[in-house]
Design a protein around this ligand. Structure first.
Ligand code: HEC
Length: 134
């Protein structure tokens, strides 16, 4: 009986050690080089920005917030802070990198491979660039 207690104690402390020993994954989300080099074929003119803004306000604002600060109304429920799209860490990425991320998504962010046409994904990237100044 005593042995059983000792074994139980040993096992549970081992389990605690394991769960403490594994920090939450802080791995960065990095696009493949080939995707990062992709050129944006859509000029960031007024009509592209208008379409991009419309899509952003329909599809992205709930999580990323109006000015891209990651403070949209749905953000609190996610359990992970949505990226601050207005921050340098995002803005310094190439259009190709951002396009790839919007295309493939990353839980809890949906992928937009079929939800948005490629042109509309580029329109949204063009719009994201305007958030840098806010
Ligand atoms: C359900 C909430 C949600 C929606 C809707 C959403 N996102 Fe996200 N997005 C996230 C989260 C959370 C992350 C952070 C993912 C990570 O790094 O683990 C993210 C990350 C990103 C990134 C990568 C930023 C970086 O750090 O490199 C971009 C770009 C992005 N989102 C753009 C968009 C665009 C554009 C839309 C709309 C078409 C959109 N997102 C819709 C939650 C969302």
């Amino acid at each position: 009986m005593k042995l059983l207690v000792i074994l139980t104690l040993l096992l549970s402390s081992a389990l605690i050690a394991v769960s403490v020993g594994e920090p939450e994954s802080k791995e960065k989300w990095i696009a493949p080089a080939a995707e990062a080099g992709k050129k944006n074929p859509v000029a960031a003119n007024d009509s592209s920005l208008a379409v991009g803004q419309k899509i952003y306000l329909q599809r992205c604002v709930g999580c990323h917030g109006k000015t891209g600060k990651g403070d949209g109304p749905d953000a609190a429920d996610l359990g992970i802070h949505p990226a601050k799209l207005s921050d340098a860490a995002v803005q310094q990425q190439t259009d190709g990198e951002l396009f790839w991320k919007v295309t493939v998504g990353k839980k809890p962010m949906p992928n937009y491979r079929t939800r948005l046409s490629p042109t509309d994904r580029w329109n949204v990237i063009n719009y994201l660039r305007t958030l840098a100044r806010r």
